[in-house]
Design a protein around this ligand. Structure first.
Ligand code: AMP
Length: 418
């Protein structure tokens, strides 16, 4: 190896088995739930015109301001690797005129997202989201449905015990400006106690100060005015209805008037799935209502609500609770002592596979001792041995490794073993 080894890009990870297998198991479980709840899959490009994210996510957000993978392609068009899923889904919804179908339209997606953040545990530059979006319904029934769907996913993955659901209603264009004003006045009076970032946020995005991680900012914010005192009648009623429906779904939740979402497009309902088990990266998913976005991106005025899970963080919880089977079981390992017995081995392999058994046929002859050693290392349930006697007599010697029980059976009986 004289050439210099090439390493993966920082923040871009390989996913190896057995974790990769756990991922696909989790994805399968989630897909089944989504289909059950009548959500339609949508597969979208991972790269879009930069303008989509600037307009869709908002120029003043951290994502657009600092974190996007943006570059000029060979025809000098500015393109961006998607940092999140919603803007692309809305673009596709408008472009494909999905609004002509019966509302509400429920869709889901999953795939890689890209953000130039400082990598650490639970935070990567390429990460994966699974998300849902529902279009065409203003009622809180649908906000409650999406939150209940997220909760059901966590339950089915066996990780709900590690997750708290926080909800809020961050107001609408009617009532948020009043709250914003009160908050800006409060923050301005405390400028010197806030971090540099937050001082900048006071004008640009004051709500973001509420979820700054800096302990000094948090201490200041604890006594800040909350949206609770500023919601208009309609937002208050919507928030009240959401809680009634969540209770009916049996979803546990906490109200958090300081929970805001990092993206500009949210109005009304906002929610987050958080955990105390993953250190500082405590958000495993989040979402909310974005009624203005479809129109902002050139479609008809359309109410919308959605959320996304960060799959790496979901899977860290799966690992924590050890809730999905990581190893692929091997029902039968078939070994033989002479290469001329390969064909008997193949016959057994085909018969067992046809019955849905997992099996491996060895690729070369080995001694009896090595066959059993290998079966053990592979974690096989049964070792099938083909030696001279077996080949001549047209039977197989099968040993169940856990019990040591050994028998001699013809092909027809091989597959009947448990
Ligand atoms: P957001 O679109 O920022 O609300 O993100 C939704 C979810 O995606 C978050 O709750 C995280 O679980 C996950 N997420 C966001 N950024 C990253 C990242 N850089 N690395 C891993 N997961 C992330």
């Amino acid at each position: 190896m004289s050439e210099k080894q090439i390493k993966a890009i920082r923040g871009f990870n390989d996913l190896l088995s057995p974790m990769a297998r756990r991922w696909s198991q989790a994805e399968q479980i989630l897909q089944e739930i989504l289909e059950n709840w009548r959500y339609q899959e949508i597969r979208l490009p991972i790269m879009e015109k930069t303008e989509l994210f600037c307009r869709g996510i908002g120029e003043n957000t951290d994502i657009v301001g600092k974190e996007m993978y943006t570059f000029a392609d060979k025809s000098d068009e500015s393109v961006t690797l998607r940092p999140e899923g919603t803007a692309g889904v809305v673009r596709a919804y408008v472009e494909n005129k999905l609004y002509n179908e019966l509302a509400p339209q429920r869709v889901w997606y999953r795939g890689p997202m890209f953000r130039y953040e400082r990598p650490q545990k639970g935070r990567y530059r390429q990460f994966h989201q699974l998300g849902v979006e529902v279009f065409g319904e203003t009622e809180a029934t649908i906000d409650a449905e999406t939150i209940a769907l997220g909760y059901t996913m966590l339950v089915e993955l066996g990780i709900a015990a590690g997750v708290t659901i926080e909800i809020n209603n961050i107001g609408c264009p009617q009532c948020r400006p009043g709250y914003r004003q009160a908050l800006v006045a409060f923050l301005n009076a405390r400028r010197k106690h806030l971090c540099e970032n937050c001082v900048e946020r006071i004008e640009k995005n004051p709500l973001r100060v509420l979820d700054c991680k800096n302990p000094e900012c948090q201490a200041q914010v604890a006594s800040a005015p909350t949206i609770d005192e500023h919601r208009c009648e309609s937002c208050a009623a919507h928030y009240g209805a959401l809680q009634i429906y969540l209770d009916a779904y049996g979803v546990p939740y906490q109200r958090n008037p300081f929970m805001v979402r990092g993206l500009d497009y949210y109005v009304g309902t906002a929610f987050e799935f958080t955990t105390s088990l993953l250190g500082s990266q405590n958000a495993i998913g989040g979402g909310g209502r974005y009624d203005g976005l479809v129109e902002d991106l050139g479609g008809p005025a359309t109410a919308a609500v959605g959320f996304a899970f960060g799959m790496e963080r979901v899977m860290l919880l799966v690992e924590h609770f050890d809730s999905l089977q990581a190893d692929l079981s091997l029902d039968f390992y078939i070994g033989y002592t002479e290469n001329t017995f390969t064909l008997q081995g193949l016959q057994a392999l085909r018969a067992l596979r046809a019955l849905g058994k997992t099996c491996e046929l060895d690729t070369r002859q080995r001694s009896v001792k090595n066959i059993f050693k290998r079966g053990d290392r592979l974690g096989a349930r049964h070792v099938v041995l083909i030696g001279g006697d077996e080949a001549a007599g047209n039977f197989f010697t099968v040993k169940e490794l856990a019990t040591g029980e050994q028998r001699q059976v013809p092909l027809a009986e091989l597959a009947k073993l448990p």
